[in-house]
Design a protein around this ligand. Structure first.
Ligand code: PGA
Length: 251
């Protein structure tokens, strides 16, 4: 049994107006009070962060953002800085989600700068990594993950209590209803933990939380959470409905 507290995170993507987001957050607070076996985080759209933060203020539910830019301020039209996120109550920030990588062309280098800027601002980055279907079919899964983690964490100086979170999200399992099989998830998570141990030492490898993401549902969360190296989940579609997300939280 490891000492890592699990983290169940909900990525709301580009869904929910401010009213819809605060309503969902209120329902989660009402249903989720007193959960101690896991940490919970929700990541609403930027426009809803302030309002959702007020709803979560007296709860144990953390708030994260879905993206940020690495510069602290400046002429970067349309971007949001780490300090703007902490200012509205974010504790986490999702970085390098596959939709950012594939739809918006984010490179490993850009992602590494964001991870560093998040850590410098005391935000916990949730670094997303994952292979595409064709990369898996051509047996490139491990080399791709190696590259994404090596690059994403290249500026990391391990420090106790300030570990980033890694989310393994096979691209072919996101929003497709195709969850990776427990054996596939277990294999990748232990590969990632070994990689962290080799690169940054056993202490960080033992402390870092590695989440699984990709079609997580109430029906598959328990099997995933029973795997030794799975420390939680990053949930997209199934986090939008507070009742369904609560069932996942209570795995
Ligand atoms: P999904 O999304 O749960 O809808 O597959 C996961 C994610 O994109 O983080």
């Amino acid at each position: 049994m490891n000492q890592r507290t699990p983290l169940i995170a909900g990525n709301w993507k580009m869904y929910k107006t401010v009213g819809q987001a605060t309503d969902a957050a209120r329902r989660l607070v009402a249903a989720g009070g007193g959960v101690t076996h896991t940490e919970v985080m929700i990541a609403p759209a930027f426009t809803a962060l302030s309002a959702v933060s007020a709803v979560l203020a007296d709860s144990d539910i953390y708030m994260g953002a879905q993206n940020m830019f690495w510069a602290s301020e400046g002429a970067f039209t349309g971007e949001i800085s780490a300090s703007m996120l902490t200012d509205v109550g974010c504790r986490h920030v999702i970085i390098g989600h596959s939709e950012r990588r594939h739809l918006f062309g984010e490179s490993d280098d850009l992602i590494a700068r964001k991870v560093k800027a998040a850590l410098d601002a005391d935000l916990i980055p949730v670094l997303c990594v994952g292979e595409t279907e064709s990369e898996r079919e051509t047996k490139k899964t491990f080399s791709i993950l190696d590259k994404q983690v090596e690059s994403g964490l290249k500026d990391l100086i391990p420090e106790a209590g300030r570990e980033p979170v890694i989310a393994y999200e096979p691209v072919w399992a996101i929003g497709t209803g195709k969850t990776a099989q427990p054996e596939q998830v277990g294999e990748v998570h232990s590969f990632l933990r070994d990689l962290i141990a080799r690169r940054f030492g056993e202490a960080l490898a033992g402390a870092i939380r590695i989440l699984y993401g990709g079609s997580v549902k109430p029906e598959n969360i328990s099997a995933l959470m029973s795997l030794t190296d799975v420390d939680g989940a990053l949930v997209g579609g199934a986090s939008l409905d507070p009742e369904i997300f609560t069932r996942i939280i209570n795995f």
